[in-house]
Design a binder for this molecule. Structure first.
Ligand SMILES: *Cc1c(COP(=O)(O)O)cnc(C)c1O
Length: 474
């Protein structure tokens, strides 16, 4: 190997060839003809540039982040410290079982903890996201019926579902059958009964659903499905609503995925790494992705001997650092996981009650970890839409809630305060939301032209999506 360094041209590089090889060939083809256009700045200038960029980024450490369904709660920093321990972060994924007993032990114990939290009998840690967990779960269900020799082609999904549910079931080759919600925002049981037949492999449900409402008839739904020989899939992305109070097994579900990056406090957003473990009941154990981490009483090992495994769904063993952080969080919280759910639900109900005068609340029911308002009143009375309200919040150092989802609420504003926030933070949010509701009446133009204080002001959303100008600074 030879290092090439041409001082006068500011060009440097490493040549991956033998010193004796003819370098003319390399020079002629690969060598840069003109200097690379790198900025010529001091270390301090570079530092200021990146600090300024990072300051523009909104994060949970900077302010309230009530992004519905996304659980943007506090991720304790000790998790990062533990995940960066050399023994974890420098471990080679091809190490033999003997050489990574510690990592395997951690994975095994995390599986055991998640079994207890979900009530399921077996867990795979492989999937890298909630949506991948859904696909994995649906593949397990598909294989189960295949091995049983039953041809079931349909999956029932409530119209309030998270978009990934129909996407995952469809990707797995199932036909989607939507079931409508009743006026309480829950699955309409009569409508469900009319859809159930022997083509139906499963129902995919979120409970609480995306309106933040607990499906009261879940046991009846489970009975209807099981009597038909169908399975029940539980989207457990938002487990902070129920942790320690109930679990999908008690509700009659057969498969569940969790979002470790939401409920179990590992940083996400901006595409950051995730983990979507899947839990199944005994009858589906033999279909899980291979390998599963196992323990023979003496040592931990990767068990590839899974009878009807759907195969591997992720390179190596999942997003290992996320697993370390989630396990650290679970150990740190212990019994207090239950209190986390309690606070998540309390915070959401507090905000809901404080805001339901000023904004429309289409489903006025006690909520779980989140609730959905509608901006319809502001839109019809003053021409201020939910999008305008969301942008106005950015001027108040508050991340906007999830908007225009779930689809069954017009002008939806989906608010999830999470368990991390104090009453003071929530009272400030209430003040800001009420102020925007007032301004929508007294000065609609101001709200409509928001945001005013962000680095990038109001943009043409369509143009920005089609022709993103990533360098543009106003
Ligand atoms: C976040 C979420 C998902 C998808 O999880 P990803 O990790 O983003 O793939 C699925 N369902 C619900 C209800 C969610 O909130």
């Amino acid at each position: 190997m030879k290092t090439i360094f041409e001082k006068d041209k500011g060009v440097s590089g490493i040549c991956l060839c033998d010193e004796n090889e003819n370098l003319d060939f390399f020079d002629g083809i690969y060598k840069r003809k003109s200097p690379l256009g790198l900025p010529n700045v001091s270390e301090l200038e570079a530092l200021r540039h990146y600090k300024e960029l990072s300051d523009r980024n909104f994060c949970i450490e900077k302010g309230f982040y009530p992004l519905g369904s996304c659980t943007m709660k506090y991720n304790p920093k000790v998790n990062e410290l533990l995940a960066s321990l050399e023994g974890f972060s420098d471990l080679h994924p091809l190490s033999s079982d003997e050489d990574c007993q510690g990592a395997l032990e951690l994975m095994y114990k995390l599986q055991e903890a998640l079994k207890e939290i979900t009530g399921m009998d077996a867990i795979t840690l492989q999937p890298a996201a909630g949506a991948q967990g859904e696909l994995t779960g649906m593949m397990v269900i598909k294989k189960y019926f295949e091995v049983k020799g039953e041809k079931r082609t349909k999956v029932i999904i409530p119209d309030s579902a998270h978009g990934t549910n129909p996407a995952s079931a469809h990707l797995c080759g199932f036909e989607i059958v939507p079931v409508k919600s009743n006026d309480k925002g829950q699955v309409d049981i009569e409508a469900l009964k009319s859809l159930v037949n022997h083509d139906v492999a499963a129902i995919m449900m979120t409970n609480p659903n995306t309106l933040g409402i607990f499906e009261e008839n879940v046991l009846e739904i489970s009975q209807i499905m099981h009597e038909n020989g169908s399975l029940l899939y539980y989207d457990g992305a938002n487990f902070n609503a129920i942790m320690g109070y109930t679990n999908p097994k008690l509700m009659g579900f057969d498969v569940v995925h969790l979002n470790l990056h939401k409920t179990f406090a590992t940083p996400h957003g901006g595409g950051g790494p995730g983990a979507g473990p899947v839990g199944v009941v005994d009858a589906l154990k033999d279909f899980l992705p291979s390998p599963v981490v196992d323990f023979d009483g003496q040592k931990y090992f990767r068990n590839c001997n899974i009878k009807h495994s759907i195969g591997q769904v992720k390179a190596f063993y999942g997003n290992f650092s996320v697993l370390v952080k989630a396990y650290a969080y679970i150990l740190m919280m212990g019994q207090n996981l239950k209190e986390a759910s309690e606070n998540a639900v309390l915070n959401a109900n507090y905000l809901k009650e404080k805001l339901k005068e000023a904004y429309l609340l289409p489903y006025d029911e006690p909520c779980m970890h989140e609730f959905v308002l509608s901006g319809e009143k502001q839109k019809h009375e003053n021409g201020v839409s939910t999008l305008h309200i969301a942008k106005a919040l950015m001027d108040e150092n508050t991340h906007p809630p999830t908007v225009y989802f779930p689809l069954i609420v017009h002008e939806a504003i989906m608010i999830e305060p999470t368990e991390s926030e104090t009453k003071e933070v929530m009272d400030d949010f209430v003040k800001v939301m009420l102020k925007i509701a007032d301004e929508a009446k007294s000065n609609p133009e101001k709200v409509i032209s928001s945001p005013h204080s962000t680095p990038v002001k109001k943009i043409d959303e369509t143009l920005a999506a089609r022709h993103p100008n990533l360098k543009f600074v106003q």
